[in-house]
Write a protein that binds this ligand. Structure first.
Ligand code: TNX
Length: 517
């Protein structure tokens, strides 16, 4: 009896302690989990006298400082400014600087906090940007609020050293089935950046709509852009808008990958240009959700002119190294036509100077060096890719599809690959998922959100959260340090941040949601 009372009060005390501000750096819940956190004594206090100092005259580092100021100023009300440091460090300030530290790589950082100053260092600006995401999470959740909040704004002392497991940590947004405004894409980018993800793949064309202006083929958007699932009016990005998304992403160290799906999933293009069809007749616009019924005419020369023009314009607009050619579910393209088509399209993309990514079916063709295979359905295809020397992006539908429902009560989304509760989304390791495909064969992970049932930003958020932080952690943190039982507590601590950021999230019963204060 006494024993159980003691146990009970211990657990209560523990729970209470968790709900209060952590007194030690290593008790702060960070996602993704850093490589190492070494606590020290002391507390840094941000005040209205604080400033953010950059120690090199670099416009890029200054911009990162400005990004941090913009994150901290609304809730603190401090109006922190970015200044150039001369050498000495003065108490109360945050210092950002570049310095050589090979172990940290291109994206890692070291964050040192003591009672006087916060010092963030990295080899590259991307590392500083990632370190800033950690600084955000070290402050209380209401740092994310858009209006002035009550402090104090304190950080516990210690040192964090951190760098990613995989170089490619992505999310895909299907803007073809339902179209999403530039503002929605930008908010999605902000939400993934907060968890150190660095790739946004945009699924820009499908049977239901064509979403990117191509100057040489204007009817793609004039006709193909007009529809979407459900029959409402679609939409498209002008090249200026697309460039604006690319720039916004780049400022957050996120690479945009544009996908034009082919030879299947092309009804919007086939409805826009009769000459892309083997029978020379335009198809009707499509607003249903079936897959696998359309194909470009792989035997016509005009098809390859079309492909070259589209990827040519996209390559010019896209600074990132990749163009995605789709290649999935081309059920009405004969394999004997599919293989030479994919082979030729790879050459067309290579001629633009970009590298090809395609869904796992493309491994049926002869892969060129630097072609990447995105595993979503068939392990056998992914293995075929690896045997040809290709690296794989891991997006297994049963674990990583953000459009899969959480459980049978979820109203949005699909469940053809099963339900993906938050634990199932988290509990897998890319490096052991497919026998014979190890870490050395893997570029990284990507969680796709298909939008047959998703129509607005709040619905995007509901499918993203709370699974997205888990995918971010799978991509960033070493598998040896990961377990669902430990992770779910850290995820529960993010609840306050989701609220502060006005994220519409699924409050999974599997997660012990903690509310600060
Ligand atoms: C399969 S994943 C598809 C998409 C659908 C998705 C729905 C892939 C390469 N193809 O066309 O939108 O399932 O979950």
């Amino acid at each position: 009896m006494l024993r159980s009372i003691l146990m009970f009060s211990l657990i209560t005390l523990q729970t209470m302690a968790m709900a209060l501000s952590p007194a030690v750096l290593s008790d702060v819940s960070l996602i993704p989990k850093p490589v190492s956190v070494i606590p020290a004594n002391g507390t840094f206090k941000l005040t209205d006298k604080s400033a953010i100092f950059v120690t090199v005259e670099s416009p890029e580092v200054k911009m990162i400082g400005k990004y941090l100021a913009d994150k901290l100023n609304p809730a603190t009300g401090f109006g922190l400014e970015v200044k150039t440091a001369t050498g000495d460090h003065y108490a109360g300030n945050i210092y950002l600087f570049l310095s050589a530290d090979a172990q940290l790589g291109n994206e890692g950082y070291q964050l040192t906090i003591n009672a006087e100053v916060v010092t963030l260092t990295a080899n590259k600006p991307a590392g500083l940007f990632n370190g800033i995401q950690t600084i955000r999470q070290l402050f209380p959740s209401n740092i994310e609020m858009a209006s002035k909040q009550q402090g104090p704004w304190e950080l516990q002392a210690g040192t964090i050293r951190d760098y990613p497991e995989y170089a490619f940590r992505g999310v895909m947004l299907d803007v073809a089935r339902h179209f999403f405004q530039v503002e929605d894409v930008k908010r999605s980018i902000d939400l993934m950046a907060a968890y150190k993800m660095n790739v946004m793949h945009l699924h820009l064309s499908d049977d239901q709509g064509w979403r990117i202006e191509i100057k040489k083929w204007p009817k793609l958007t004039a006709i193909g852009g007009s529809s979407q699932v459900g029959g409402e009016k679609g939409g498209f990005y002008t090249q200026e808008q697309y460039a604006d998304i690319v720039k916004y992403a780049a400022e957050r160290y996120i690479t945009i990958i544009p996908e034009i799906d082919m030879p299947g999933h092309t009804n919007a293009a086939l409805a826009s240009y009769p000459e892309l069809n083997c029978n020379g007749k335009a198809t009707k616009l499509y607003s249903g959700t079936k897959v696998g019924f359309s194909t470009l005419c792989t035997k016509k020369e005009i098809t390859y002119q079309f492909v070259a023009d589209v990827f040519g314009e996209l390559a010019t607009l896209t600074p990132g190294p990749y163009l995605h050619i789709g290649g999935d579910e081309s059920h009405v393209t004969k394999l004997a036509d599919y293989i030479p088509f994919v082979n030729r399209v790879q050459d067309i993309v290579a001629a633009t100077g970009k590298q090809v990514i395609g869904w796992d079916e493309i491994a049926l063709s002869t892969l060129k060096p630097n072609t990447f295979v995105q595993f979503w359905a068939k392990a056998e295809n992914a293995s075929k890719g690896v045997k040809q020397g290709a690296k794989v992006i891991m997006s297994p539908a049963a674990n990583a599809y953000l459009d899969m429902q959480y459980d049978a009560t979820t109203t949005l989304g699909l469940h053809w690959a099963g339900y993906i509760e938050v634990d199932k989304g988290y509990n897998w390791d890319p490096a052991t998922f497919v026998p014979g495909i190890g870490k050395e064969n893997i570029l990284g992970i990507e969680a796709p959100l298909w939008s047959e049932t998703i129509t607005n930003m709040k619905e995007i958020e509901y499918m993203f959260f709370p699974r997205l932080p888990g995918y971010a952690e799978i991509g960033w943190s070493a598998p040896a340090g990961r377990s669902w039982d430990e992770y779910k507590v850290r995820l529960g601590s993010q609840g306050g941040r989701f609220k502060a950021l006005d994220i519409n999230y699924y409050p999974s019963k599997l997660v012990p949601w903690a509310v600060e204060k």
